[in-house]
Design a protein around this ligand. Structure first.
Ligand code: HEM
Length: 298
């Protein structure tokens, strides 16, 4: 574990130095490359990009920021949380390694999401140095996310493959629209959790790549040429993808927080201690519970 922590800190330091150096080169390269903008192989994404960027993106982000928590607030008032006994048998679900990797993702997202919103609403927050810092923090936290997303993808991949339970779960929306406690069809992870996993990992990787393209595009003129488009179009296409995917990631991130902290009382303990409550597993992950019983693991 100590070796892992050492490697991790070294990686962060290296990336930080690279990031700081890159920023200076970035400015100089932009001056050279700007002369090439839009001259050849244009997809003519300009008008669409300007329209989306100036009229739609910030409104959609605002809608998600206010709308999603509001819907959950109503859910909490009307349906209320699911409460399970915390006094029974505990079921070991998450190893220390998984919990630490998850913690890296938590720290990364707690920085990435607010700083991303600061960049979106930069104009309304007065712009300037504070937004410039937000941009740098956004990039630095992405390095931490990049370190966490690969192991997270690998260790949960198998459990996240679709099963017939997922279709049944979707039809009843996981039972979250009713107060009734009954057995819900789900393995170790339910369809909602699987959706979050795929969006957070594969979607997260696309966010990293599009973010890196936006950051690096002035560096290497060859990248855009590989796609047969102009450099400014590559920037526009990656910016549009980054924003649209950010809507989905942000909405599901808020959902994940609501589920872990509010909708299922005390669920957050599982990712801190590694143990889930027997009653919670019995009802919300009934297929996994039956499997554990059959294998005499409980
Ligand atoms: C404040 C932020 C967060 C909290 C409170 C939180 C909490 C939790 C909890 C309690 C679980 C275990 C769920 C269970 O009992 O089955 C979990 C699982 C998981 N978390 Fe997080 N998490 C947070 C942020 C993140 C982030 C940023 C990512 C990825 C980018 C992430 C990805 C996952 C995934 C893929 C799982 C397994 C599937 C699932 O349970 O949804 N989490 N998280």
């Amino acid at each position: 574990m100590r070796k892992f922590m050492f490697l991790f800190i070294a990686a962060i330091l290296l990336a930080t130095v690279a990031y700081a150096t890159d920023s200076q080169i970035w400015g100089n390269m932009r001056l050279t490359n700007i002369l090439e903008y839009g001259k050849e192989n244009s997809l003519h994404l300009g008008p669409l990009f300007v329209k989306l960027q100036s009229q739609y993106f910030y409104k959609i982000f605002f809608g998600i920021l206010i709308g999603v928590p509001f819907v959950f607030f109503l859910h909490y008032l009307i349906v209320g949380p699911k409460v399970f006994s915390h006094g029974g048998v505990k079921i070991y679900a998450f190893s220390a390694f998984k919990r630490i990797i998850h913690l890296f993702a938590v720290i990364a997202f707690v920085i990435i999401v607010p700083t991303g919103l600061m960049i979106v609403f930069g104009k309304y927050l007065g712009g300037g140095t504070i937004i410039e810092y937000a941009r740098h923090l956004h990039g630095l936290a992405t390095i931490l996310f990049t370190i966490s997303v690969i192991p997270m993808f690998l260790f949960w991949f198998k459990d996240m493959l679709p099963t017939s339970d997922d279709i049944k779960w979707m039809f009843i929306l996981g039972g979250y629209l009713s107060k009734e406690i009954k057995e819900i069809p789900a393995g170790k992870f339910n369809a909602g959790q699987k959706m979050w996993f795929w969006v957070a990992t594969l979607g997260g990787i696309v966010m990293i790549i599009t973010g890196a393209f936006m950051y690096l595009q002035d560096f290497d003129y060859g990248i855009a040429k590989l796609f047969g488009i102009s450099q400014i179009d590559l920037l526009r296409a990656t910016a549009i993808t980054h924003n649209v995917l950010a809507f989905v990631v942000m909405a599901l991130f808020f959902t994940h927080i609501y589920m872990s902290l509010f909708a299922i009382k005390g669920a957050v303990h599982s990712i801190i201690t590694g143990y889930k409550e027997e009653e919670e597993v019995k009802y919300l992950h009934s297929t996994w519970y039956k499997k554990l019983k059959k294998e005499k693991k409980i």
